[in-house]
Write a protein that binds this ligand. Sequence first.
Ligand code: SAM
Length: 261
Amino acid sequence: MLGRNHHLKEDIRDYWSKRSETFDLAFGHRIPPGPELNAWVSAITTSLGDKPLKILELACGTGEVTNVLLSLGHDVTALDFSEVMLTVARRKHRKRQRVRFILADAERTMRTMEPDAAYDAVVCRHLVWTLTEPEQALSDWHRVLKPGGKLLIFDGDWAKPTFVGRFASLSIGLIDRIAGIDPHYDGAMSDRHQSIMERLPFGDGLTAEKLAPLLEAAGFEGVEVASHRPIAAAQRRTADLRNRLRTLLYRRFILSCSRPG
Ligand SMILES: C[S@@+](CC[C@H](N)C(=O)[O-])C[C@H]1O[C@@H](n2cnc3c(N)ncnc32)[C@H](O)[C@@H]1O
């Protein structure tokens, strides 16, 4: 049976599938070795500790966060509902051990038979803002976590630029006019992006404050919010001016919480 969000989900899948081959070229998606990778390692270790865990990574896309998790020695099941995104991720990690890629809907992992209480941690970057059924998804993630397991979310409010971000956006527009538009940046498909945003539950912006009560209602406890600034600062160390400005556009957050033990 098709869910009530079938068309919206198909549009989201199609949007990301079309971006799969160039996704890593758009600033902020790839996590290059050096300061940025180190900042991600630090953010993930702060939340999950440094012992090898069994992790479910939701919406792995081209496998950039997968790379960070594998480099930390974790055992990773990485899922995405876009076959072409998975093709890129599989190609990138074809020589790696301890990783399994599966085609699955992150909001309903029971459909691909992910067992109850199977994972030490569930991790996702830039998925929650695009959920079509957030309550359903959160209760599913609670289900697959072992008691005491952790949910770690990297996301942001992509609907409204910050105060500083508005000036950054104007400056980026100016650079675009002088240097030409960056064809790989998210704005390149902005009409489709906008049409999807308008139909999403978090279409008017995702914040940790909005998410916390939904997590508690799904049975999670110990919600903690950490700053994304160290990652943005690391990105600025190697980025050009336009991309340095992009790190200032939106308010991002790192949120963790646990399934009670
Ligand atoms: C912004 S990309 C992020 C990719 C990756 N997490 C990263 O940060 O590099 C969003 C990804 O979420 C996937 N996605 C969106 N909704 C999904 C869902 N319901 N189930 C599985 N994957 C989903 C898309 O196919 C796409 O690969």
